[in-house]
Design a protein around this ligand. Structure first.
Ligand SMILES: Nc1ncnc2c1ncn2[C@@H]1O[C@H](COP(=O)(O)OP(=O)(O)O)[C@@H](O)[C@H]1O
Ligand SMILES: [Mg+2]
Ligand SMILES: [Zn+2]
Length: 458
């Protein structure tokens, strides 16, 4: 019998502490340590008897063996299959994390219904909602006729028994935080429960060959363990993101043992559920024309796919001693750097003025290539001029004021031309001729100032 003692795991990151404190040393979150009675074997794992496997031998093999790529279950929704790296992998475990209400249950019920209609055996286990609630959602999503097998249960032992009997191809557990194992004393949702349940379910998926999807709520208050606690135990981790006020949602892979992690799936949320976005690359463009300046389109890349996003800026006289900086969808450190480069290398002094910067549609720019578009938006706002029409921008700005080339130039330009843009301002050296697009290569940020907003410089 394992010894029982109290430990204090962090509900946010899973780090185990031997005594309570207000702040977790590992991740820096406050009030996330909770006392748990735990057995001395973490996560309820039983050590193999005798400490040796039956055969007692480990076989080594060469690196060049002929292993076939894992077969894929293609879901038939491009946005999903792409994000998964070509479809679901059987005998694997996937975690989908996201804020409550973002649409995880909706998406997964739709996927289960689709796969079940295609003849796969699909099970949906909910520990959060009552059967009637899920049936009501199925009616709203118009998937109630699909032969998905639904269960509402939180007892892990019962769930596993049912799964072993049903032998499904695809299983959704909604959510991992509601499952509990009676092997452990800890409360449902605690780190040790979430870990133990994840471990048992994952082990079952590997042996049975099912594709398992675990839903994990992201929690900010630390009352229940977050998905980070089990990220390392599963094969694939996705986060489902979106802004409440906007109807699109992005499925982003942060870990994938079977594919790339830079691909995203873009969906639109309506009352009939989530549908693949129709023109994803144009979702983050604003429809209004700006004659007063302050807007520039960035041709971004998300994995292998181009996305065009409008950057909006407002430069205003400052009413206070300390000018305001307000940013949505971009990095505040990059803005500070860009303002410094504009001031010292291009004689554009914005330091004493209020600067607001926002990316349309709730999109978030993470690429340094967005610098040039942000600069163009700031410059045209400062100059009060409309700037070049139907133009896109990309390029990284160095502290020296030089504009550095970025990857995948041709794809960015092609997508811009396809969406009707006529001009492109790009780093020097990335010249590719694209039909219908006038390309202006730039060596330095000061070249951009001269071309689009000479009035802004002193
Ligand atoms: N009857 C309805 N009509 C339209 N939208 C709804 C309806 N019921 C729920 N929704 C929307 O679906 C969203 C996603 O819900 P859900 O899939 O349960 O999220 P999650 O599982 O991530 O917590 C909710 O935020 C809500 O806005
Ligand atoms: Mg849900
Ligand atoms: Zn922590």
């Amino acid at each position: 019998m394992a010894k029982t003692s109290a430990t204090f795991p962090c509900q946010a990151c899973g780090a185990v502490h031997s005594k309570w404190s207000g702040r977790c040393d590992a991740c820096g979150e406050w009030n996330t340590l909770a006392e748990e009675a735990s057995t001395s074997v973490p996560g309820g794992l039983k050590a193999p008897k005798g400490g040796k496997s039956k055969s007692g031998k480990v076989e080594f093999t060469a690196l060049n063996g002929q292993q076939e790529a894992p077969p894929r279950i293609v879901m038939g929704v491009d946005e999903l299959d792409r994000a998964f790296g070509g479809g679901l992998v059987p005998a694997s475990a996937t975690l989908i994390g996201g804020d409550p209400g973002i649409g995880k249950s909706t998406l997964l019920l739709q996927v289960a219904a689709r796969l079940a209609r295609n003849g796969l055996k699909c099970v949906y286990v909910s520990g959060e909602e009552a059967t009637a609630q899920i049936q009501e959602r199925a009616r709203r999503l118009k998937v109630a006729d699909s032969p998905v097998q639904l269960a509402t249960e939180t007892d892990l032992r019962k769930v596993l028994t049912a799964l072993k009997k049903a032998k499904p191809d695809f299983v959704v557990i909604d959510s991992i935080q509601t499952m509990w194992s009676d092997n452990l004393e800890a409360a449902p949702g605690s780190v040790s429960q979430v870990r133990a349940c994840c471990q048992e379910l994952t082990r079952w998926a590997k042996t049975s060959g099912a594709a398992l999807i675990l839903v994990g709520h992201v929690t900010k208050d630390g009352q229940i363990a977050g998905p980070r606690v089990v990220e390392h135990m599963v094969d694939t981790v996705f986060y489902f993101e979106g802004e409440r006020g906007h109807q699109f949602r992005i499925l982003r892979a942060v870990k994938n043992r079977f594919g790339p992690t830079d691909e995203i799936g873009i969906f639109e949320m309506s009352q009939y559920g989530l549908a693949p976005a129709k023109e994803p690359s144009a979702l983050f463009l604003s429809s209004e024309n700006s004659d007063t300046g302050g807007a520039a389109v960035f041709a971004a890349m998300e994995g292998s796919r181009p996305v065009l996003a409008e950057v909006q800026a407002l430069v205003a006289p400052s009413a206070y001693g300390t000018p305001r900086r307000s940013i949505v969808g971009w990095d505040s450190n990059r803005l500070a750097m860009l303002l410094a480069v504009l001031e010292t290398r291009c004689n554009v002094a914005l330091g004493g003025r209020d600067v607001y910067l926002s990316v349309a549609g709730g999109y978030r720019i993470s690429e340094p290539a967005g610098d040039l578009a942000a600069a163009a938006a700031l410059l045209t706002s400062a100059a009060g001029s409309s700037g070049p029409s139907k133009a896109i921008f990309f390029g990284e700005v160095a502290l020296s004021g030089a504009i550095r080339p970025v990857a995948r130039t041709e794809q960015r330009l092609k997508e811009a031309a396809r969406l009707g843009f006529e001009q492109a301002f790009v780093p020097d050296g990335s010249s590719t001729a694209i039909k219908g697009l006038t390309i202006t290569p730039l060596k330095r940020l000061s070249d951009l100032v001269e071309l689009i907003a000479p009035e802004a410089a002193q």
